[in-house]
Design a binder for this molecule. Structure first.
Ligand SMILES: Cc1cc2nc3c(=O)[nH]c(=O)nc-3n(C[C@H](O)[C@H](O)[C@H](O)COP(=O)(O)O)c2cc1C
Ligand SMILES: Nc1ncnc2c1ncn2[C@@H]1O[C@H](COP(=O)(O)OP(=O)(O)O)[C@@H](O)[C@H]1O
Length: 307
């Protein structure tokens, strides 16, 4: 997959580009449908599937105080777009100046002049340009003048829910991981380097836990999850707690993964944690032995769920 960043001048001409546009946070089933429609056109016309996306996410620029969290950080998003068969991603640096382009200017400068769009695939509710003034009617009208076709993809509904980044963020925060998996088409994952915790896991509890920073990821509901953990390309089962460790009175949120059938130091390694199923809420135990007993039951529960 080719990645084009910004408005580079010397750029090859794309072949019959079938284009789709969006933030693609999550690269969920709805996004996958847009990509699939663009690919179908590209296949028929021997063209290329081009995704236009923005970095940073527009909300980060237009509403820095909104503290938006992500389902897929920028780099993961690019990896997924490649997996779903996109040929070219054009990343537009999103600035306040760019946000002030009118809808017509966006179509002329970005879609027509820069990409040379032949076919444009958008979702049923697509709006764009300054103040979201641009809509599908405008695209169809401009398509006639500039020689491109517009295809509108209806909403994708899975398990009775309209798939959107917003609906998925909410489900993650509710711990509804099975539904999240069906809407994404894969489990929700958090990737990050293993950092030092408070040194209690192995020493006091007999359950070492790899602590992973959750950074800008959407935080799942606090509690214990059955997870799949990838370390150095190998998958393990994980009993994972996301919370404040009330038994010890910690105040910061931590993601702690006890990896089953594993015994190795992995500080600073980047690991991937996939959330498969919510098991229980976090509890304050009266002592270390009670907590350790509960964690052994959690581990057994993970084995049953994932084996
Ligand atoms: C499967 C699992 C379940 C856990 N459940 C709880 C819990 O209900 N309440 C709690 O206070 N801590 C819970 N913990 C978190 C432990 O308190 C934490 O892992 C321990 O304090 C080690 O912290 P450290 O890695 O910072 O040393 C759980 C940890 C695991 C792995
Ligand atoms: N089965 C395992 N699951 C998770 N981490 C393990 C495991 N075996 C060894 N480790 C190592 O032990 C570390 C966690 O030990 P722990 O006593 O909880 O210390 P810390 O408080 O620094 O997290 C992990 O970061 C990892 O390097």
């Amino acid at each position: 997959m080719e990645i084009v960043e910004g408005f580079v001048r010397a750029r090859r001409k794309f072949r019959n580009p079938a284009v789709t546009i969006g933030n693609f946070d999550g690269v969920h089933k709805g996004h996958q449908a847009l990509i699939e429609h663009a690919r179908n056109y590209a296949r028929e016309k021997e063209g290329e599937t081009v995704v236009i996306t923005f970095n940073p996410h527009p909300v980060k620029v237009l509403c820095p105080d909104c503290n938006l969290k992500f389902i897929t950080p920028h780099r993961t998003k690019l990896e997924l777009l490649e997996q779903y068969g996109v040929d070219v991603v054009w990343i537009i640096p999103f600035t306040r100046e760019f946000a002030s382009l009118s809808a017509r200017e966006f179509v002329e400068q970005c879609l027509v002049d820069f990409v040379g769009v032949k076919h444009l695939v958008v979702g049923y509710d697509y709006h764009f340009g300054k103040g979201r003034e641009g809509n599908i009617i405008l695209l169809e009208e401009m398509g006639k003048t500039h020689g491109f076709t517009v295809e509108v993809v209806p909403e994708v509904i899975v398990s009775g829910i309209v798939v959107s980044s917003t609906s998925i963020r909410k489900l993650i925060q509710e711990g509804q991981m099975k539904t999240v998996t069906t809407l994404l088409g894969r489990p929700y994952e958090i990737r990050g380097p293993v950092v030092h915790g408070r040194g209690r896991g192995a020493r006091m509890l007999g359950f070492p836990t790899a602590n992973v920073r959750i950074g800008d990821y959407v935080p799942p509901r606090t509690g214990v999850y059955a997870t799949r953990v990838t370390v150095d390309g190998i998958k393990y089962m994980g009993a994972t707690n996301l919370g404040y460790n009330p038994t010890f009175g910690d105040t910061d949120l931590s993601l702690e993964v006890h990896i089953l059938d594993f015994d190795r130091h992995i500080y600073n390694k980047v690991i991937k944690v996939e959330f498969i199923e919510y098991i229980r809420g976090e509890k304050k135990f009266s002592g270390i032995d009670e907590l350790a007993d509960q964690i052994s039951r959690d581990v057994e529960c993970v084995r049953q769920l994932l084996s």
